[in-house]
Design a protein around this ligand. Structure first.
Ligand SMILES: Nc1ncnc2c1ncn2[C@@H]1O[C@H](COP(=O)(O)OP(=O)(O)OP(=O)(O)O)[C@@H](O)[C@H]1O
Ligand SMILES: O=P(O)(O)OC[C@H]1O[C@H](OP(=O)(O)OP(=O)(O)O)[C@H](O)[C@@H]1O
Length: 212
């Protein structure tokens, strides 16, 4: 295990919001892209090292201890089901996971649901006592009901713009999503002081209790 606290940052949508929070907590985190294509960014002033990962892979790096802590959306945590320790709700990248369909949708005999989140969707419909076939897609999920691949979708809604522009409606909300700070269980014990110091600094910025 390296001396430095190793932090997995998700590339893309969350990165700049998370970097802003970390900067407010006193860490000199560079804006996305400033380091070119580099994937490991040392922050020697804070005795840390940032790695830039695809969002869906963050819990994997954390569970295996390749990094000590990471920032990731609750959607990914629910879908991946990795054994990580959820430390803090950062309150950023807020949206919700919803069931979406065409207006006037009626349940048929064979229901198909397209989603990027097959585990979340399967569990939700099982709990609802609804039998559905879940089809995994990787993006542009709203396309599926428009062209007849699926009856409904399970996807994220933030402003609702994507739904409006494609003539879709939200049928039900499954859960709220925000980004979370998560830790490897062993790192949390062995590097407790460093991790707790960071949690406390973030807590000062976001103003909610450290530890969920
Ligand atoms: N419309 C949205 N509004 C707010 N937060 C969102 C929205 N879409 C996604 N998120 C949050 O941001 C996280 C990362 O989304 P992003 O689109 O950057 O990743 P991704 O879908 O894995 O991207 P890609 O597959 O293109 O790398 C999601 O896991 C979710 O927590
Ligand atoms: O309610 P809104 O503000 O419109 O945001 C919701 C959209 O944002 C996400 O897509 P993303 O931009 O990640 O693209 P994707 O289709 O590649 O997943 C999500 O999958 C929705 O399509």
């Amino acid at each position: 295990m390296s001396e430095r606290l190793r932090v997995a940052m998700p590339k893309g949508r969350i990165y700049n919001k998370a970097a802003e929070l970390l900067r407010a907590a006193g860490l000199p985190v560079p804006p996305e892209g400033e380091e070119g294509r580099k994937l490991v960014i040392p922050i020697p002033e804070a005795n840390m090292e940032f790695i830039l990962a695809k969002p869906v892979d963050v819990p994997t790096y954390v569970e295996y201890g390749a990094v000590d802590i990471g920032i990731v959306g609750k959607d990914v945590l629910m879908e991946e089901g990795r054994d990580v320790y959820e430390l803090l709700d950062l309150g950023i990248a807020r949206c919700r996971m919803s069931v979406i369909g065409l207006p006037g949708w009626q349940p048929g005999i064979q229901q198909r649901v397209a989603t990027k989140y097959p585990n979340v969707a399967s569990q939700y419909f099982r709990e609802q006592g609804q039998q559905v076939e879940v089809i995994k897609l990787n993006g542009s999920i709203e396309l599926a009901p428009l062209i007849g691949l699926a009856d409904r979708i399970v996807d994220m809604v933030e402003t609702g713009q994507t739904l409006r522009e494609n003539g879709l409606v939200e049928q039900s909300q499954i859960f709220e999503i925000t980004s979370r700070l998560v830790a490897n269980r062993v790192s949390y014990r062995l590097k407790n002081k460093e991790i707790q110091t960071l949690c406390d600094a973030l807590y000062q910025v976001i103003g909610s209790p450290a530890g969920l």
